[in-house]
Each structure stands twice: as structure tokens, then as C-alpha cells.
Design a protein around this ligand. Structure first.
Ligand SMILES: Nc1nc2c(ncn2[C@@H]2O[C@H](COP(=O)(O)OP(=O)(O)OP(=O)(O)O)[C@@H](O)[C@H]2O)c(=O)[nH]1
Ligand SMILES: [Mg+2]
Length: 293
């Protein structure tokens, strides 16, 4: 008998910086979600589609759950939490430094969502083999998980086994998306994210957290013309993002253009501006206007 085709939505949740987006890109073999070494990189729910001959698994990468004070952070946490109730299955991703205490808020959300949930310990490449089982046993008590896995999203270790397991937990169902589709995120959104990734990586301190990127013009080419605006909160931040003699903005542009060209497969003319939108991260209306809605 041929096994039935299965499909479903899998929410990836966890604290910031545990490797949720790295996992998504690794499993898809395609960069859908931006990754940086800084926490709170992902700000929205990012959909990525894994296509197999026997299954379609739709992953929902989410912002890391953290104590949120500003309007932007509240938006991010709310996105992650609401995703838990939209999924067939939840993957709680943790890292070696997670503890029962660091997961207490998230386990409360899991109880409310009340879905099948897998515990996934990421970054096992940083651990001794013996400690992996010990860590999983410790964290397993924070919720009634149906299973637990150790993986490395960088090396790919453990991911095939996890995928096989995920498939056994999904219901029989259709291909929700065409087989050749990896994401439903619009190209403009992906371009904004690439530019934001470069700002996150190239700047320091509070700058990454004060930045939003908006594509104001996108004209197909060749070459494709893209005009992007980098919003910051204060004039002093604008000066830093532009840099001495415009050097910082130029570097952001060079690195972003390279990735965007790879994404769209065309030569790109990228024009970047920096604008001050005073205290936008603290104002729910301004947060919404930046596209976080
Ligand atoms: N050593 C190691 N590092 C990893 C692994 N997975 C991710 N990282 C690193 O962890 C950092 C955070 O990765 P992200 O994928 O951005 O983490 P995230 O959970 O999506 O973070 P937020 O979007 O901020 O919530 C990056 O520097 C990654 O390179 C892993 O398996 N092993
Ligand atoms: Mg992320």
C-alpha cells in the first residue's frame, strides 16, 4: 500500500537567537529568513515550504519570544504567540544555554495553544554528546512534549531524522502550495529583510533595533531598480548608518545588492536613503506604518 500524502503547518518557536531561522533555511536549502548573530532578528512570521514526494511541510518561522516593552517588541511576541494556534504542530526550539527558568513564559504559551509539540535542542555541535541527552531530559519537564530531538542547524546533524518524525505527526492532506514554491513572502519583503540583515550585521548597540527598511520603488529591469529607505529613530543614528563620507551606507548597499541579485537573478541598481522617523518603535501606529501589521 502507498502511504498517504501528508501536509500541515509547523510553527517554530523559541527564545531569540536559538537558531529558528537557521533551521528553516537549512531544511529548505534556501535562504528565506534572515539570520544574524544578534537576538531579535526575525520580526515577522516567515513561511517556508518543504516539498517532498510524500509530504508538504509548511514551516512558520517566528520572532523569538522575549519580555517585550516597546510597541515593536509587543508586535513581535504577539506574532510568535498567535502562530502557535495556527499550526498543526509546534517545534519548541531551545539551545544549550536554555534552562527551565528561561522557558517558563514559553511553556505557559504552549499550555494555552495545546498542540502536539516537539522539543528540539539546536546547536548540539557546541556540546559534548553526553550532555545532549542530559539537557533534553532537563528541559523535557517544562511541557508535555510528544518527543525530543537534538540537532545542529549549521551542520545539518539530526535534521533528516527530525523531518521523518514530523511527517509521521502530520495529517493526510493536500499540497497547499505549488511544488516549486519555497515561500509566499513577496519579493519586496525579502529585499527589505536582506537590507535589514546587513544593517543588523554591520552596525552595533541600539542601531539594529532602531531600524526598519521599506522598499519605496521596485522596477523590474534589467537592471532591476530598487529604492529603499532605512528608517531610524534619531538624527544621531542616521549619522551612524550613513557613516563617515557615506561609507557605512555604501557597504550596506554593496552587501545587500549582492544578495538581492542572487535572489531575483537579475542585475540590481539599489538606491538607499536614511530617514529619521522619531521613536517609531515605541508608537503602535508608526510600527504599523513600517509594515508590521
Ligand atoms: N553553533 C551553532 N550556531 C548556530 C546554530 N544554529 C544557529 N546558530 C547561530 O545562532 C545565531 C542565531 O541564529 P538565528 O537563526 O538568527 O536565530 P533565531 O532563533 O532565528 O533568532 P531570532 O530571529 O532573533 O529569534 C546565528 O549566529 C547562527 O549562526 C547551530 O546549530 N550551531
Ligand atoms: Mg530568526
Amino acid at each position: 500500500m502507498v502511504a498517504p500524502f501528508v501536509s500541515g503547518f509547523v510553527a517554530i518557536i523559541g527564545r531569540p537567537n536559538v537558531g529558528k531561522s537557521t533551521f528553516l533555511n537549512q531544511v529548505l536549502g534556501y535562504k528565506v529568513s534572515i539570520i544574524t548573530e544578534k537576538p531579535q532578528t526575525t520580526r515577522d512570521r516567515i513561511l517556508g515550504i518543504w516539498n517532498g514526494h510524500d509530504a508538504q511541510v509548511i514551516f512558520l518561522d517566528t520572532p523569538g519570544i522575549h519580555l517585550a516593552d516597546k510597541a515593536l517588541n509587543k508586535y513581535m511576541v504577539q506574532k510568535a504567540v498567535s502562530t502557535t494556534t495556527e499550526a498543526d504542530l509546534i517545534m519548541l526550539m531551545v539551545e544549550p544555554k536554555d534552562t527551565l527558568k528561561s522557558l517558563s513564559v514559553i511553556s505557559d504559551y504552549l499550555k494555552k495553544a495545546n498542540r502536539n509539540t516537539i522539543l528540539v535542542l539546536n546547536k548540539i555541535d557546541l556540546m559534548e554528546q553526553g550532555l545532549v541527552t542530559k539537557k533534553l531530559e532537563e528541559l523535557n519537564t517544562c511541557y508535555n512534549f510528544i518527543s525530543s530531538f537534538g540537532i545542529s542547524s549549521i551542520t545539518g546533524k539530526g535534521i533528516d531524522k527530525l523531518m521523518e518524525h514530523i511527517k509521521t505527526l502530520l495529517p493526510e492532506g493536500p499540497r497547499y502550495f505549488p511544488e516549486d514554491m519555497v515561500t509566499d513572502m513577496p519579493v519586496r519583503f525579502l529585499c527589505q529583510e536582506i537590507i535589514r540583515e546587513k544593517v543588523f550585521t554591520l552596525t552595533r548597540k541600539e542601531i539594529p533595533y532602531a531600524v526598519a527598511v521599506m522598499i519605496e520603488e521596485f522596477r523590474e529591469g534589467p537592471p532591476t531598480f530598487i529604492r529603499g529607505v532605512i528608517h531610524v529613530e534619531r538624527p544621531s543614528q542616521k549619522a551612524i548608518v550613513i557613516g563617515r563620507n557615506g561609507r557605512m551606507l555604501k557597504e550596506i548597499g554593496i552587501q545587500a545588492r549582492r544578495d538581492i541579485e542572487r535572489l531575483i537573478g537579475d542585475k540590481v541598481f539599489l538606491e538607499l536613503f536614511v530617514k529619521v522617523t522619531k521613536n517609531w518603535t515605541k508608537d503602535p501606529l508608526k510600527v504599523k506604518r513600517m509594515g508590521y501589521q
